[in-house]
Design a protein around this ligand. Structure first.
Ligand code: AMP
Length: 112
């Protein structure tokens, strides 16, 4: 399978890491949409949010359990936005589940 985020997760493609453990990886987005913009991924390949289920959802809980630690490490103290795009219509361009963690500016709602 040709997946760029799997290649990042297994170290084949170097990236600017913010946090890593045996299950997840957080790294800087190549095209930041905010002063702080990182991606948090499960190392296991899950294509998109449609494929989250009772068997694999522990890694999603783990990502959210680590988000406060990652935000503090990045010095984010005034709020952040978490985004998951699922499917082309929502703007998903990489077919490996990921959460955008963005901060450092005001965000509008509803999102476009
Ligand atoms: P999405 O559009 O929600 O699928 O988000 C994919 C994100 O991955 C985009 O914000 C891209 O800028 C980012 N991206 C793609 N390739 C890389 C890479 N090699 N390293 C870091 N970020 C990447």
């Amino acid at each position: 399978m040709d997946c760029i985020f799997c290649a990042i997760a297994n170290g084949e493609i170097p990236t600017n890491k913010v946090y890593e453990d045996d299950k997840i990886l957080a790294f800087y987005d190549l095209e930041p949409q905010a002063p702080v913009h990182i991606l948090i991924i499960p190392k296991e390949h899950i294509k998109w949010a449609y494929d989250v289920n009772e068997e694999n959802s522990q890694v999603i809980a783990h990502i959210f359990a680590k988000i406060p630690e990652i935000a503090k490490k990045l010095g984010i103290e005034d709020g952040f936005r978490i985004v998951n795009n699922c499917g082309a219509l929502a703007g998903q361009s990489v077919q490996h589940l990921h959460f955008h963690l963005m901060a450092g500016r005001a965000f509008t709602w509803p999102a476009g």
